[in-house]
Design a protein around this ligand. Structure first.
Ligand SMILES: C[S@@+](CC[C@H](N)C(=O)[O-])C[C@H]1O[C@@H](n2cnc3c(N)ncnc32)[C@H](O)[C@@H]1O
Length: 305
């Protein structure tokens, strides 16, 4: 079994937010007449291995890096109490998928559905084909939580809109800020068609070009001017733009995210929480729980490096 090494010093915070939400969600929904589902669209292997810099107790040459393995999102979700009725795990990588099969085998009495392949295709199909409202006679609908935890720019906007249209799923989206600013460099000479297409696909819009870049008219000589695009939008402006995009499709609410960082400091991603269900009760319940969790995440100190 190959270790699934990913994330940085703040990954635990992200997983704590998800776990706390799932616990509270599962308790709240156990008192209501709904079926409950958790969808882990980028499920990984069920475990997470972090390589931490060793402590130089005996001098720097003895500071061996240390591997620490802890549960990943899929296992955390399966182990939530009271148990979530149905768990859907999607993973593209063959080896990690095989580990999810082994994880499922540990819980033979649970409803754990595995899907191998591209999360975008599977999530869009699942969202479109599920009867979220439930059969009329029984009036027992489905409510759920979906976690989008890609490495980078893998989630297409079509997937986001498919989730929003369910009006039944709460969505935790680990949005790849670093992917955005890598693909939208300050220097316009580095902006190419591939990067632009990738941004269009993740954001589901093209107006970021005007919103993020200033087209200053700069004199070339006394007769000519030329337009040179320079990215003016900083990371706060880019994050606000993403929130606006999410608000354009999630009818319930989109909360202010928490921002997580790379080990060496720059922003990595923003953890957004979005509610697709527009009903007042659903928005109140979900946003009360999630805002408390996000506030705790904001105030918790970053672990010393
Ligand atoms: C950051 S990891 C997820 C970690 C996981 N949430 C956890 O806590 O253990 C991203 C995962 O997405 C998978 N992945 C990447 N692109 C994918 C795609 N298009 N569809 C499904 N899975 C994908 C990768 O193989 C990887 O396991």
């Amino acid at each position: 079994m190959a270790a699934h090494v990913f994330g940085g010093p703040e990954t635990a915070k992200k997983l704590r937010c998800l776990q706390s939400y799932l616990r509270a969600f599962s308790i709240a929904l156990s008192k209501k007449d709904f079926s409950c589902v958790y969808i882990d669209a980028f499920a990984g292997s069920g475990t997470r291995t972090e390589v931490r810099p060793g402590l130089p107790l005996l001098g720097p040459e003895y500071a061996e890096p240390e591997e620490v393995t802890t549960p990943g999102s899929a296992r955390l979700a399966i182990e939530v109490e009271p148990p979530i009725q149905k768990i859907v795990l999607i993973e593209q990588d063959q080896a990690r998928y095989a580990e999810l099969e082994a994880l499922r085998a540990e819980f033979p009495n649970r409803q754990i559905v595995l899907r191998h392949g591209d999360a975008n295709a599977h999530v869009q199909r699942l969202c479109a084909e599920t009867n979220w409202r439930g059969p009329q006679a029984e009036r027992r609908g489905v409510r759920g939580v979906i976690f989008l935890d890609p490495y980078g720019m893998e989630v297409s906007w079509q997937t986001v809109t498919a989730i929003a249209k369910t009006k039944a799923l709460d969505c935790w989206y680990f949005f790849p800020l670093s992917g955005l600013y890598r693909n939208a460099p300050h220097n316009p000479a580095k902006l190419d068609a591939g990067k632009e297409a990738s941004l269009d696909r993740v954001l589901g819009a093209t107006d970021w070009r005007e919103r993020w870049y200033n087209h200053d008219m700069q004199p070339v000589d006394i007769f000519e001017t030329h337009a040179q695009a320079v990215r003016r939008a900083d990371i706060d402006a880019i994050e606000s733009y993403v929130k606006e995009r999410l608000q354009s499709v999630f009818e319930g609410a989109v909360l202010d995210p928490i921002r997580l960082h790379h080990r060496n400091g720059p922003p990595l991603a923003s953890l957004f929480f979005a509610i697709s269900n527009p009903s007042r009760d659903a928005v109140k319940l979900a946003s009360n729980i999630a805002s408390h969790i996000l506030n705790e995440g904001r105030s918790s100190h970053r672990r010393p490096r």
